[in-house]
Design a binder for this molecule. Structure first.
Ligand code: NAI
Length: 792
């Protein structure tokens, strides 16, 4: 037999990693853990415990505590009492703590990797070579952010006490993604690990003790969903950061609507893996191994939908099946294993159920012939081909080693299929043509796109979703801002609700002649009569009748949203073009300044009218300037890749305007939204909706494409509800009273749209530091990181 033949027929011998150190650590804790609160281990208030199980053997690893609302309360109190001191700790000192954490994780890397594999079932090769090194990298990188925070984020401050809830698929890595930026920016926190995988979080707690992190800065409470729920509902938590299923993300959005808690959600995905006919197919196959069989496919950004150009589909599937035949499924502590155990019986059942459903829906199922271990939770690598794009297995997250394959003909069809889910977490695009790859990457609705690569992560580059994959980023500058707030905003007083001149049913009546000034709605670049046929009277400062405004209803909002969706020319316009149009708005505003002022002064008085008009001109200039300057960044991960952090528009934004400043408030919100390429449906304030008439004249003469901005007047609360519940609205900016902020969040649960509000606080729109700039622009974009191979 030749050496080559010998090589092909050679069997793998066992190559187990030594678990002694990790098991020894568990034994030192007598395999029993309390919560980590205020720097010490505390037994659960209700005395309830549960077991953490090794999914590869079914053996019990340790007993951990079930967190009750009382435990969460002590942890939040500990975090609160540690907050002011931690926040006031100089950046350099905080940096040294984070640096010490990174060093300690490195020192204990073997123990942590083995513990992770025991608790989760993932191959030791992955926990040793991917999870733990990325954890270390995250703490080093954020030690740097702590050091630079004051220089890089002047005027910003920590949110406060943060509640963090993480899933079981990357237990320690998700912990690092949450804890490192929170600490770097001066927050204190309570973290709840997933019930299936609490052990590395507890090992991390010990690291916090070891490096002398001040008590209460990091608190870890173990438990199930009910513990998470108690954390979400605790009144003294300022922000919730969650990673997990879209279903729970939705519940959390609902549960936090009536509070001021900030929220970031990293949810599910059904990410496309798109292979064009000019791709290097062998590399694409290796990419797929990583894309869907990494961590048994239990990865939120797994490339679970294979989209193949028709001409190479057969060849690619052949190569893929051959490669699948070489994948080794088995005990995860074995260093030569590719696919380990599924985390828990409930997850294994879910995978089986969804695969059966896929077959019932007409998919062809292929699995390599292999013998699964006789005990433990294992599932073979699985290929479902001939999958219909609308079928369940093409739409729902399976979260297992199952690939659903489909084909396409043209790049346009590839994009359409790629975007044909409610999710938008990640995508992988394979083509040897940089033009094709980047053209497609730009059109895919996802927070991360890997070109000729997949599943790459780094602390310097934001990770997070579009659409129902959530909002907010983790990693990089874009991730850090999630833990910061403008200092002035944090200290802003609660707003006084203005009820003056507010539209009411009593003053609504059918549109009729006789009143000097009757404005219309502005939809799709045209003046429109309201569907209701009704209007309401608008009064001035001296209670004199100023005119009538249309009473828009849900039909008008729907028409406006449709017009905004169609105005794609605006989102495709170059930043330079958008800047030119906004300069034109500014120019036309100054030409009309005196007539607008005369009308506005009857509603807000002469002094305010003058100030509003002058500042509105300035603000238009400012956002024209920003339009081509608030751009992205190029991140430099420690790989031969560059990650292009592109600032993309969110889509269609619904805007509820403040009552106190009819013109300046509206423009301060609409202009940043437009500057970043979004389209807008604006509800002008109820106090002086007649401003609409001045604005549509302004927009009409400024080359703004029809539909880019739409104005619908009426009762704010009704129009807000329709906007918030509308699935084609991608974000809501609500700057009215506190009750409207709650309604905006509660109504947005359906499609998990981003919500940006003043939380009912007073904003001084006349002060550019408050009413203008980066804080608004940041909420008008979503960051898409496009990773491109670079160098050899
Ligand atoms: P899950 O979303 O229920 O759990 C994630 C975390 O949220 C855990 O720590 C859990 O204890 C906590 N949690 C559960 N209910 C909660 C509530 N009402 N309030 C606050 N916290 C709560 O995910 P699960 O049940 O473990 O997995 C179910 C499916 O979710 C998976 O099959 C997969 O499709 C998806 N999933 C997605 C993840 C992602 O990273 N995108 C991660 C984990 C699961």
């Amino acid at each position: 037999m030749s050496i080559a033949e010998n090589f092909l027929t050679m069997e793998y011998g066992p190559a187990p990693e030594d678990a002694k150190e990790a098991l020894g650590w568990l034994d030192r804790h007598r395999r029993h853990f309390g919560h980590f609160i205020a720097g010490t281990w505390q037994e659960p208030a209700e005395g309830t415990h549960f077991d953490s199980i090794d999914p590869a053997t079914g053996e019990k690893l340790a007993t951990v505590s079930q967190g009750s609302p009382a435990d969460i309360d002590s942890a939040v109190r500990a975090a609160r009492s540690a907050f002011s001191k931690w926040q006031a700790t100089p950046g350099h000192e905080r940096a040294r703590y984070l640096y010490a954490v990174a060093r300690a994780v490195q020192r204990h890397s073997r123990r942590l990797a083995v513990l992770e594999t025991l608790d989760n079932g993932k191959p030791i090769r992955e926990s040793r070579d991917i999870d733990i090194p990325l954890v270390t990298r995250h703490f080093y990188h954020h030690a740097g952010w702590a050091q630079l925070l004051d220089q890089e984020f002047p005027g910003y401050t920590a949110c406060g006490v943060v509640g963090q809830i993480i899933p079981w698929n990357f237990p320690l890595l998700m912990l690092a993604w949450k804890i490192a930026p929170a600490l770097a920016s001066g927050n204190t926190l309570v973290l709840k690990p997933a019930e299936f995988t609490p052990l590395t979080a507890l090992a991390f707690a010990e690291i916090c003790q070891e490096i002398g992190l001040p008590a209460g800065v990091v608190n870890i409470v173990t438990g199930d969903g009910s513990t998470g729920e108690a954390l979400v509902k605790h009144p003294d938590v300022d922000k919730i950061a969650f990673t997990g299923s879209t279903e729970v993300g939705r519940a959390i959005r609902g549960a936090t609507a009536s509070s001021h808690k900030r929220l970031s959600l990293e949810l599910g995905g059904k990410s496309p893996f798109v292979v064009f006919e000019d791709a290097d197919l062998d590399s694409a196959v290796e990419g797929l191994v990583d894309g869907i069989w990494f961590n048994q496919g239990q990865v939120c950004c797994a490339g679970s939908r294979l989209l193949m150009q028709e001409s190479i589909a057969e060849a690619l599937l052949d190569k893929l099946q051959q490669r699948m035949g070489t994948l080794r499924v088995g005990p995860p502590l074995d260093k030569a294993i590719d696919i380990g155990a599924i985390v828990a019986p409930v997850q294994l059942d879910r995978i089986r159920r969804l695969v059966d459903q896929g077959i019932a829906d007409g998919a062809t199922c292929w699995q390599p012939e292999l013998v699964l271990p006789s005990r433990g939770l294992f599932f073979p690598p699985t290929l479902l081909s001939n999958v219909h794009p609308a079928s369940l297995v093409a739409q729902q997250e399976i979260f297992g080693p199952v690939l659903a394959a489909m084909s396409f003909r043209t790049p346009a069809e590839a994009v359409e299929l790629a975007n044909n889910t409610l999710y938008g977490l990640a995508a992988s695009v394979w083509s040897e043509s940089i033009n094709v790859a980047l053209h497609v990457a730009a059109q895919i609705k996802a927070g991360v796109v890997w070109v000729n690569s997949t599943n790459l992560f780094d602390a310097s580059s934001g990770f997070g979703g579009y659409r129902e994959s959530g909002f907010g980023r983790e990693g990089g500058r874009e991730g850090l801002v999630e833990y910061l707030e403008p200092t002035w905003f944090k200290n802003a007083p609660a707003g006084r609700t203005s009820t003056r001149h507010t539209a009411s049913k009593e003053n609504a009546h059918e549109l009729g002649p006789g009143i000097d000034r009757t404005v219309k709605l502005y939809i799709g670049g045209k003046q429109a009569r309201p569907d209701s046929g009704y209007s309401f009277e608008v009064y001035g400062t001296n209670r004199e009748l100023l005119g009538e405004a249309p009473l828009g209803n849900r039909k008008d909002i729907r028409n406006a949203v449709e017009a905004a969706r169609k105005a794609s020319a605006w989102s495709k316009a170059t930043a330079h073009t958008r800047a030119q149009v906004l300069y034109y708005v500014a120019e036309n505003l100054s030409l009309r300044a005196s007539e607008i002022m005369v009308r506005l002064e009857r509603a807000v008085g002469r002094r305010q009218a003058k100030k509003e008009v002058q500042l509105s001109i300035e603000r238009s200039f400012a956002y024209a300037a920003w339009a081509d300057k608030f751009d992205g960044a190029v991140h430099n991960p420690p790989l031969r890749m560059i990650a292009n952090a592109m600032h993309e528009p969110i889509g269609t934004v619904g805007i509820i305007c403040p009552n106190e400043v009819p013109l300046l408030g509206l423009l301060s919100l609409a202009l940043p939204v437009l500057a970043m390429g979004n389209t807008a449906v604006v509800v002008p304030c109820e106090t002086y909706p007649l401003i609409t008439g001045d604005l549509y004249q302004l927009f009409d003469t400024s080359d703004l494409p029809g539909g880019a901005v739409n104005l619908v007047t009426g009762y704010t609360s009704q129009l807000l509800k329709t906007l918030a519940e509308h699935d084609d609205v991608d974000a809501i900016w609500c700057f009215a009273d506190a009750a409207s902020a709650v309604a905006a969040k509660a109504g947005s649960v359906g499609n998990l749209k981003q919500v940006f509000t003043n939380e009912g606080r007073t904003i001084d729109w006349f002060d550019a530091k408050q009413g203008e700039g980066r804080w608004f622009l940041q909420h008008a974009i979503q960051v898409k990181n496009i990773w491109v191979p670079y160098g050899e």
